[in-house]
Design a protein around this ligand. Sequence first.
Ligand SMILES: *[C@@H]1O[C@H](CO)[C@@H](O)[C@H](O)[C@H]1NC(C)=O
Ligand SMILES: *[C@@H]1O[C@H](CO)[C@@H](O)[C@H](O)[C@H]1NC(C)=O
Ligand SMILES: *[C@@H]1O[C@H](CO)[C@@H](O)[C@H](O)[C@H]1NC(C)=O
Ligand SMILES: *[C@@H]1O[C@H](CO)[C@@H](O)[C@H](O)[C@H]1NC(C)=O
Ligand SMILES: *[C@@H]1O[C@H](CO)[C@@H](O)[C@H](O)[C@H]1NC(C)=O
Length: 550
Amino acid sequence: MKPKIRLIASAIVVYVISVLLKVSVDAKSPQLFLDWTVSFSKRAPLGIAKQVIVINDQFPGPLLNATTNDVVNVNVHNNLTEPFLITWNGVQMRRNSWQDGVQGTNCPIMPGKNWTYSFQLKDQIGSFFYYPSLLLQKAAGGYGAIRVNSRNVIAIPFPMPRKEFDILIGDWYNVDHQELRARLDSGSWLPLPDGILINGLGPNQASFNFEPGATYRLRISNVGLKTTLNFRIQDHLMQLVETEGSYTAQRYYNSLDIHVGQSYSVLVTANNDSDSMSYYMVASARCIPRELSGVAIIRYSGFEGEPLSPLPQGPLLFDYIYSAEQALSIRWNLEASGPRPNPQGSYHYGSIDINRTVVLSNGVGLVNGKIRYTVNGVSFHYPDTPLKLADYFQLEDVFEPGIIPNMPDFRFPSLGTSVIDVLYRDYVQVVFHNPMPFLQTWHTDGYNFFVVGMGFGMWDVSKMATYNMVDAISRSTVQVYPFSWTAILIMLDNQGMWNLRSQDAERSYLGQELYIRVKGIGQDDPSTISPRDEDPIPQNALTCGRAIFA
Ligand SMILES: *[C@@H]1O[C@H](CO)[C@@H](O)[C@H](O)[C@H]1NC(C)=O
Ligand SMILES: *[C@@H]1O[C@H](CO)[C@@H](O)[C@H](O)[C@H]1NC(C)=O
Ligand SMILES: *[C@@H]1O[C@H](CO)[C@@H](O)[C@H](O)[C@H]1NC(C)=O
Ligand SMILES: *[C@@H]1O[C@H](CO)[C@@H](O)[C@H](O)[C@H]1NC(C)=O
Ligand SMILES: *[C@@H]1O[C@H](CO)[C@@H](O)[C@H](O)[C@H]1NC(C)=O
């Protein structure tokens, strides 16, 4: 070929390839456009009216129903009288912590303003939920379910259910969230909750229709502030299939402990022939000194009558052994394909060398005469500028990585802006140590991790010999039992500024959280912070604090 012809030919090839690429990207990544208005509305789920956060007048908010790799654009109009942000619990936001919707990554959407989140559900499947992340607003609702469906080309590891139901369970307080917040601000604790809601409704208000013999997928999330709930259905077994984006070994359970912030999918097959045509669904409080139950009703073929009493029994209120044994029985399904065609088990997490161990111990103490919750003695304090923006604009003195120790050192509690710096693709062992007599739940934004071990007492390196290095579950939210430890392994392959927090809203509000900064490849000099390999700052990024002048 003559040079000129070759040039034209290669130009055509490049053009054709780029058109093909564009088409394939467009075909694979549909865009979803949603428009949400967030406002206060007086509602009375337990008979006492309070300020509830509704989205497009709905409580719970609308279902976010999407498919792997979809790009979701949500224009959020804040019609509250307070600043507002939504966080997408469990959505990994690949290289895009700009969209995470927590106080360390985003400036708030101010009252009367709107802001559009835009993120891709890259390489994810599963069940999640969203909720308001600021100002204890979660106590006013504002939450909703997220489904990330498999692409058609990938088989799900069970027969297609007849239908799916999203079931949001959570503790509920009859007083406004501002009043609860004022209690915490003044140095007091939250009281015990007043009840348990199922899909925003009080006892016997929510109902679900089953057809005899049909199988349903229930996607259940604990969206409450702080109470672990036991979920069960009268005379029906639940087959666990998925948790927070991982398929599980498909065991049957009579009842499931669901800790705050956790999500599960179960399959339930309706009985074919039975005496009763309606059944109780129960979500009851665990490990608090008060018996509280959320109750919904499953009706066969629209039957109107009440279920046969009594409510199905759950475990004893403080039976931690039941809960811990169940936790260890929840395993990764090695054969099932997740978001990609290759089976989950083809990722051999157990044979990767661990680069670093971090032990995080939760505590409580008085700082300036007020109750604060701590991680390794440091109670998180938010500066006026989100850490993500401070990083981007290279603002100094907003935070200083390393003020939180790698191991508990029994210091006096103090306030600090805790950031742990890690290198891209470090494989880190995090041990959560809970020396307190209460349940704890931890969550990482941007990541799933492998829950390799749990045990009573103190953790030490000898415990590593007991880890499950074959089929430990991969998830984003894990409980730590009283006077116990939980160990996770986490591959830090998602650049950004990621929030690691107690999912107990009272504790994270009072400082029990920190951020993990995952720096780009080769960024090993702490003075050079580069957003390389991360998505660029969004054009619509809000600014606030010191970032306004940057
Ligand atoms: C969710 O999206 C899937 C795929 O587009 C669709 O088949 C399904 O009907 C949707 N479900 C709901 C409840 O909107
Ligand atoms: C916004 O809030 C105001 C006052 O609370 C209310 O009157 C108005 O209807 C709300 N607008 C929307 C779109 O929800
Ligand atoms: C606010 O909403 C309008 C339309 O309602 C939209 O055109 C605009 O882009 C939105 N602003 C942001 C920052 O998302
Ligand atoms: C229940 O009934 C359906 C059809 O009505 C049938 O296909 C199914 O095999 C039955 N299941 C059981 C467990 O009997
Ligand atoms: C982590 O450890 C692995 C195996 O020892 C090593 O190859 C890798 O370079 C380490 N990563 C970093 C970022 O140091």
